[in-house]
Design a protein. Structure first.
Length: 180
């Protein structure tokens, strides 16, 4: 892939679980570092890393810790851990609190390039407008987003439909959408 064309753009990498979304975003990060842009990059990593679902960028690229790497101490996969709608929402809200803190940290000290791994974790109960506001702060934006059927069962919590609607809203503002 020609990563040069992604500079100065908004890019969303979508796909089912396990198709390589994080690996592709990590390759883009490696490209940015090789181009001497490491001080211009912030990575917000929201991947849950649970039972083969979601991998952190650090698992592919340990040097990410040398960059501005923002990651909650714990990320929950709500649909996998929650036994009922209440629990799914509880886990999603816990993720939102942590993710919102990281987004606010970025907004206070923004960089030219923002990468978000597993944006859909935020969209379970978060407002997509919170993400859209970040576009005014960065020149280059790239994120991964789950889009598929394998995690559809949300136990009646509504997080799946919120995730889909939020993702559709975000897609309206993308220059490139890469479907894996």
């Amino acid at each position: 892939m020609n990563f040069d064309k992604l500079l100065g753009r908004r890019v969303l990498i979508c796909g089912e679980v396990g198709v390589g979304k994080t690996r592709l975003l990590t390759s883009f990060l490696s490209f940015l570092v090789e181009r001497g842009l490491k001080d211009e990059v912030t990575v917000i990593d929201l991947a849950p890393e649970y039972g083969g679902v979601g991998r952190s960028m650090e698992s592919y690229y340990p040097m990410v810790r040398e960059l501005r790497y923002l990651r909650p101490s714990r990320v929950y996969p709500p649909r996998l851990l929650g036994r009922d709608a209440h629990e799914v929402l509880h886990y999603a809200e816990m993720n939102l609190i942590e993710a919102r803190r990281l987004l606010e940290d970025y907004a206070r000290r923004f960089t030219r390039i923002l990468l978000i791994n597993d944006l859909t974790i935020y969209l379970h109960v978060g407002d997509p407008d919170d993400i859209l506001h970040l576009f005014d702060l960065c020149e280059t934006f790239a994120a991964t987003a789950y889009e598929g059927a394998s995690l559809e069962d949300d136990k009646g919590s509504g997080v799946t439909i919120r995730e889909r609607h939020g993702l559709l809203r975000i897609k309206e503002y993308m220059d490139f959408i890469i479907n894996l």
